[in-house]
Write a protein that binds this ligand. Structure first.
Ligand code: PEP
Ligand code: MN
Length: 337
């Protein structure tokens, strides 16, 4: 941490500040300039609250050198983390393909779509049973019956299942039945929920909040990891910008940034980013080219009658075509799909 002091800071106040830092077991190095005095603080500076240092009237500026996240930080864990989901790896050479409807609408529907996406090349099945809807009057999800329908679809196809957990109240049900617990965009900073899933060992698909900075998103992963769960997978699903043509704006720059800053895998959800089925293929191919570790795509065999997100859902045939094109891109960059 680097602290710049104001010109003519009284010696007594400077000494008091040095004593304070030394009392926190930090090593203080002073650089005296003509106009400013600068402190370098070395040690575990996570104990220092920048805002309270700034509150000291002799302080001109505070700059952190170290990132506030430790467990997610690639600096302390240089090798890639590969998350294992029932033998399927996310973060290895193979790009993980997750597909399925936005919402589970019944056992027949989810089992039928599971078979269709599996035949098209999907490795895992998605399906929401607890749905975060903007309107309280919109379909809220089938709840437990939806989770049990997903379990049935896994039995019939062998595909691991991914579903969104909205409340810690349902955690036991998810730990028992689901292979990947999804934390949705709206709950990315629900810190109690993050801590609760952090106490499990389940793989967690952590979606980026629609207005979250990359640092806030990594800190959300740090919340989960700090409770003891290292199995975090980032998922970019588009952020809010001034653009209204698309539902959100897909930020593919996060793929190299997350890979540089952290050791965790990152997958892309082009469906919630675009909001339009016609854009899914282009965004998916771009995500593979950018180095994403997987894709989570909404697929429905009757999008016009889907109970949620029909406009952004691909039909199985179109999903199968996307998978074939994705294989070609993956090969070019030395990966598999
Ligand atoms: C979803 O995956 O169905 C979903 C609601 O996604 P998000 O949290 O990204 O909006
Ligand atoms: Mn959806």
């Amino acid at each position: 941490m680097i602290i710049t002091l104001k010109k003519n800071a009284p010696k007594h106040d400077v000494d008091k500040l040095i004593d304070k830092f030394e009392g926190m077991n930090l090593h203080v190095t002073m650089i005296q300039g003509d106009n400013y005095n600068v402190f370098g603080l070395v040690g575990d500076t996570s104990v220092v609250d920048e805002k309270s240092v700034m509150a000291n009237p002799i302080v001109y500026n505070v700059q952190r050198v170290a990132q506030p996240y430790k467990l997610a930080n690639r600096m302390f864990h240089p090798e890639d983390t590969i998350v294992d989901v029932n033998g399927i790896q996310i973060g290895g050479k193979k790009i993980a393909m997750i597909a399925g409807p936005c919402s589970v609408e019944g056992e027949d529907q989810i089992c039928r779509i599971a078979k269709e996406v599996k035949a098209a090349g999907a490795d895992m099945l998605r399906g929401g049973a607890y749905k975060p809807r903007t309107s309280p009057y919109a379909f809220q999800g089938m709840g437990t019956a939806g989770i049990m329908a997903m379990v049935k679809a896994r039995e019939e196809t062998g595909l691991p299942i991914v579903s969104e957990l909205m409340s810690a109240e349902h955690l036991d049900e998810f730990v028992e039945n689901v292979d990947i617990i999804q934390i949705g965009a709206r709950n990315m900073q629900n810190f109690d929920l993050l801590k609760a899933v952090g106490k499990t060992k389940k793989p967690i698909l952590l979606k980026r909040g629609m207005s979250a900075t990359i640092q806030e998103w990594i800190m959300a992963a740090e919340y989960i990891m700090s409770e003891g769960n290292p199995n975090v997978i980032f998922c970019e699903r588009g952020i809010r910008t001034f653009e209204t043509y698309t539902r959100n704006t897909l930020d593919l720059s996060v793929v190299p940034i997350i890979k540089e800053r952290t050791h965790l895998p990152i997958i892309i959800d082009p469906s919630h980013a675009a909001g339009d089925y016609k854009l899914i293929e282009s965004l998916s191919l771009a995500a593979i080219a950018a180095g994403a570790d997987g894709l989570i795509i909404e697929v429905h065999d009757d999008p016009e009658d889907a109970w949620s997100d029909g406009a952004q859902s691909l039909k199985p045939k179109r999903y199968a075509e996307l998978v074939e094109k994705g294989k070609a891109i993956a090969k070019v960059i030395g990966r598999e799909l």
